[in-house]
Design a binder for this molecule. Structure first.
Ligand code: URA
Length: 233
């Protein structure tokens, strides 16, 4: 692929802007300066740098963020920070999107990508991708409440019954559950429907992909192909 096109695809601006960066000597390929925007470059395992910042060529990007409290999943955040503020400019120019949303006060696994197909696959209502949440509650969680969540509850203004699976009580005020749909504030509303209230909410898993233990709150990583495949399970 031509170097100017590579840079453009990786989020470094318009073709003209990329052309400028290359001609001005900002771009190195495998450590070697390259000032010809039309040079053909292989994209397999390509490492390049722009202004001495190293980058790896990625056809599509897949990201896992350990979301902290106080971030909204929208570009124009109203009352908090936007999750997008945490990412470098080239990723934003690639128009990464969150796969589904977490509330500003929810922590944990949030996936982002610029791959429209994965976005569709994981958010389509018919796909029923599993999402595991770790929940603490304001009142003690009872066996009756867990049973009712497993049997399913109705939610105001939503059709059908909303059930949870893999319910495990982990403390007097804490439990885990997995849901397979994704309507607005679903977990909080389900817990409210059985007469309790969510105190804190943390997403631990999407599909078969668990939040990596060593990924600190606010940090993010690129997913490998195998990890992307796990999210779809
Ligand atoms: N359900 C909620 O209520 N909030 C979230 O952030 C995610 C699921």
């Amino acid at each position: 692929m031509r170097l100017e096109k590579i840079l453009q695809s990786q989020g470094f601006g318009s073709r003209r802007e990329c052309n400028f960066l290359i001609k001005k000597g900002y771009v190195k390929i495998d450590g070697v300066l390259c000032q010809d925007p039309k040079q053909e470059v292989k994209t397999t395992d390509l490492e390049f740098s722009v202004n001495d910042m190293p980058y790896t060529y990625r056809e599509k990007v897949y990201i896992a963020l350990n979301k902290a409290v106080g971030y909204e999943c929208s570009h124009q955040a109203q009352y908090h920070f936007s999750v997008y503020e945490q990412f470098p400019e080239p990723l934003l120019l690639r128009q990464i999107q969150t796969i589904g949303r977490l509330d500003q006060d929810t922590t944990g696994l949030l996936l982002l990508t610029d791959d429209g197909q994965l976005l569709q696959a994981l958010t389509h209502p018919k796909k029923h991708v599993a999402k595991e949440y770790w929940i603490t509650t304001v009142d003690p969680i009872t066996q009756d409440q867990l049973d009712r969540l497993a049997q399913g509850v109705e939610l105001r203004n939503e059709k059908g019954i909303y059930t949870a699976t893999d319910l495990i009580k982990t403390d007097t005020h804490a439990f885990k559950m997995t849901i397979h749909q994704g309507v607005y504030h679903q977990v909080k509303r389900m817990v409210a429907a059985v007469g309790n209230k969510v105190a804190t909410l943390h997403r631990h898993r999407v599909g078969g992909f668990e939040l990596p233990q060593d990924l600190k709150e606010g940090d993010w990583i690129y997913l490998t192909e195998d990890q992307v495949a796990l999210t779809k399970q």
